[in-house]
Design a protein around this ligand. Structure first.
Ligand code: NDP
Length: 485
């Protein structure tokens, strides 16, 4: 197993529509971020191909929605089994497209399979309510699928993002037109044949790769797509919501960016906290929406904590190298664009006068590797403290009082994930209540998240929730039925 994966050289580059693979008129290139070499040229679904996918999804919709929900769940369970069975292939494809390290990626595939299975398990939970409050009536609500729906995904956790959307969308009886990121289309397209093998009828689950401004915009503005789930940056989320509003006012859920605060009080277990805080920003080389990128540390422990944190960060990132090499632990950034964006943020922080504690440079000359980087007290209003870097770059800031740090942590337009580390239960609960964030970790931080409870952000980090029963609600419309007795 020299390169970490065995006997897997199958690349699918065509669109997957109506259970068939279809060539597009145009293609786009993706490159291997470990070495910059061309990986493949991928079909770019244009407006006509998106239309074909919507035609197929609409045609398949009524029969799919009319099935017993347990039959839909069986398809999801079989797809989950197939994801696991093809782990080696997925690892190879993701390594050569977005640089996912082969040793770590199986855990994400398992996670995606678990999400599909969990949603399959919710098949019997698609319930409405009843009311006897009106004299002479029995009233009720029923939950019905939207029909042909859209999903637009990012590249940083490709299979998880797909599972979080496809699971609840399909179990509730919708059909789907899914666009993977232009950076990570290979695993989604490879999934096409697994979708057939899992027994999904033609047209139920369609995959259309392409650039956001072409394929993504065609989905967001499509007049026959009634529901859209989007995960990506806040800037693109705003565009997508506008396209949805200006077309058919489709229902939109948004999972967007973050600038997550992590607060450390002196009574916390500092070694454990430093390890968790470091792993949060090191995971996936910092390319995760819920990364704890703003750390606030009480002034009485700042020197000790920074020492522990920097050591843990270097340990967590470990050895940079080819994502296909099983001894690699530090993955490259996903592509040249991401790499340049991160280096521009580091450059900007240096110019703004932030104190660089560690890192700040490129590793090697081949591939897109960034040193784990920490700035100390860059200032609350500094760019590095306010904008999402999406790389292994964190700021550590000192605070004195609870009131001060609560204000600093909430002083952001983002609100995805926040964490507080303290042994004081009252303080922990007060912060859990007052942190302006969709999710709060107490003595733990991201990527910790239970997928049987809602996932999502407040403020400009999102709208709506994924996971759990809330996802079933997000993918169904409520109809009120009045029955006169
Ligand atoms: P982008 O916003 O760049 O892209 C997200 C998706 O939107 C991609 O498929 C992209 O296409 C597509 N897109 C781009 N422009 C348009 C458009 N005009 N119309 C329709 N679709 C469009 O995000 P990234 O892929 O770079 O992902 C990183 C971002 O995602 C970070 O901000 C991160 O925080 C966020 N994220 C949020 C999560 C959450 O759950 N809250 C989870 C994971 C990531 P393409 O790139 O192919 O051109």
């Amino acid at each position: 197993m020299a390169n970490g994966v065995q006997g897997v050289h199958d690349i699918e580059t065509r669109c997957f529509i109506d259970n068939k693979f279809v060539e597009a008129k145009e293609t786009f290139a993706i490159h291997n971020p470990s070495n910059g070499e061309l990986t493949a040229r991928i079909s770019q679904a244009d407006v006509d191909l998106v239309d074909s996918a919507v035609d197929a999804a609409e045609a398949a919709g009524p029969a799919w929605a009319a099935l017993d929900s347990s039959t839909r769940a069986e398809c999801l369970n079989r797809l989950a089994d197939l994801l696991i069975a093809h782990t080696q292939q997925f690892c190879w494809l993701e390594a050569i497209s977005v640089g996912k390290v082969v040793t770590f990626y199986p855990a994400e595939i398992q996670w995606a399979a678990n999400v599909l299975r969990y949603n399959a398990g919710l098949a019997r939970e698609i319930h409405g309510e009843t009311s006897m409050a009106t004299a002479g009536f029995l009233n009720m609500t029923i939950r019905q699928p939207y029909g042909a729906c859209g999903a637009i995904c990012p590249w940083n956790g490709p299979l998880i993002a797909i599972a979080l959307k496809a699971g609840p969308a399909l179990v509730t009886g919708n059909t789907l037109i899914l666009k993977p990121s232009e950076k990570s289309p290979l695993t989604a397209l490879y999934m096409g044949k697994l979708i057939i093998d899992a027994g999904f009828p033609p047209g139920v689950f369609n995959i259309v790769p392409g650039h956001g401004r072409v394929t993504g915009a065609a989905i967001a503005s499509h007049m026959r797509i009634r529901k859209l789930a989007f995960t990506g940056s806040t800037a693109t989320g705003r565009i997508v919501k506008k396209l949805a509003a200006e077309s058919n006012l489709k229902n939109v859920t948004l999972e967007l960016g973050g600038k997550s605060p992590l607060i450390v009080f002196p009574d916390a277990d500092l070694e454990e906290t430093a390890a968790m805080a470091a792993f949060s920003i090191a995971y996936n080389s910092g390319q995760i929406c819920i990364a704890s990128s703003r750390v606030y540390v009480h002034e009485s422990i700042i020197d000790k904590f920074v020492g522990l944190y920097v050591a843990q960060l270097k340990k967590a990132m470990g050895k940079a190298g080819d994502a296909l090499n099983p001894t690699t632990t530090h993955a490259p950034q996903a592509d040249a664009l991401q790499y340049e964006r991160i280096m521009a943020y580091i450059d900007g922080a240096n110019k703004e006068g932030a104190k660089l504690v560690t890192g700040g440079k490129r590793i090697g000359v081949q591939g897109y590797f960034v040193e784990p980087t920490v700035f100390l007290n860059p200032g609350q209003s500094s760019t590095i403290n306010r904008e999402e870097v999406f790389g292994p770059v964190a700021s550590v800031n000192t605070f004195v009082s609870e009131e001060e740090v609560l204000k600093l942590a909430n002083d952001t337009e983002y609100g995805l994930y926040a964490s507080v580390f303290t042994k004081d239960l009252n303080r922990a609960l007060k912060f859990a209540k007052q942190l302006e964030s969709g999710m709060v970790g107490v003595n733990c931080t991201s990527p910790t998240m239970p997928f049987d409870l809602p996932f999502g952000g407040s403020k400009q980090s999102g709208e709506g929730r994924e996971c759990a029963l809330q996802a079933l609600h997000a993918w169904t419309e409520t109809k009120t039925v009045m029955i006169k007795l």
